[in-house]
Design a protein around this ligand. Sequence first.
Ligand code: NAP
Ligand code: GLV
Length: 312
Amino acid sequence: MLTSPSMKITFCCTDTKPDLWLSGLQAALPQAEVSLWQPGTPPADHAVVWAPPQQFFDEQTQLKGVFNIGAGVDALLKLRLPPGALVVRLDDAGMSVQMAEYVCHAVIRYFREFEGYALDAKNGKWAYRKSPQRDDFSVGVMGLGVLGERVAKSLRAFEFPVNGWSRSAKTIEGVQSFCGEAQFNEFLSKSQVLVNLLPLTPDTQDLLNRTTLSQLKPGAFVINVARGAHLVEDDLLALLNEGHLAGATLDVFRVEPLPPEHPFWRHPKITVTPHTSARTLRETSIAQIVGKILALEQGAPIAGIVDAVRGY
Ligand code: NAP
Ligand code: GLV
């Protein structure tokens, strides 16, 4: 066995039932000692976490690896982390296909006017609707990382014109690449549908606001599947009510769960889902994390290391 007998792994994930994670990690690393963290747990070598309290890192000062059981590390990077620890995000682990399903479904629902047909069906009405021209239905994907690239390629499979925006220029077949602030406005102005798959960082917080969303084509749709704090909610509501935007599909919110009194729930142009577009798959994630722990222990390189300065 490759693990050292004394290797300690501790698990600290808010809002996650621990039992199957603990047994899965222990089965995959039989010679390690896997524990559920509680205050006073002795120092571990590696941690598997989601939204741990600051006390966790204040006590666990000897961690070599901190494995986040999600792709987004915004909540983690708000904490004071042990200086020597590598922060590692989930690297797809079955999320990109889910995200592609979710976004393609939402885009096609708008493009083919399925909501209108559902309403007609309720009223026993048999009537054709004229879909827009596919060439006019450009989809702009913000963020072309692990998830955004998969989404962009999946949308291309349906022959939508696809543009992507990222920090660095990309080469993805059939996808026009825009990058950096200098090309942001041009990217927005070409989008009939805007899909947000950016990480939440100081640079991207509140990026979906009145100024930026006003630059989308009239009658545009917004799909936010990244983080709630990317979107200025009142600005979205105003642009929907004024008619510049035709609809929004929102999976993430500034406050989660979305409070019952929130106007998004009942807005006729907004579709709400409960942060479910790409769920963490436990078994796949355990296999990925364990593979990386073993690689780190052997001094081998791993993918998915977070750059704390960049914020993702
Ligand atoms: P990723 O691989 O880190 O990709 C991030 C992309 O965003 C990269 O293309 C990056 O550009 C670009 N980017 C970052 N900062 C930018 C900026 N200031 N301007 C322009 N582009 C910028 O992340 P991922 O795995 O695709 O995940 C994206 C996000 O999805 C996560 O951070 C998380 O918040 C969210 N998410 C949501 C769910 C859900 O269920 N709703 C599930 C999983 C993830 P470069 O390529 O040039 O670096
Ligand atoms: C979920 O939102 C994730 O970041 O994995």
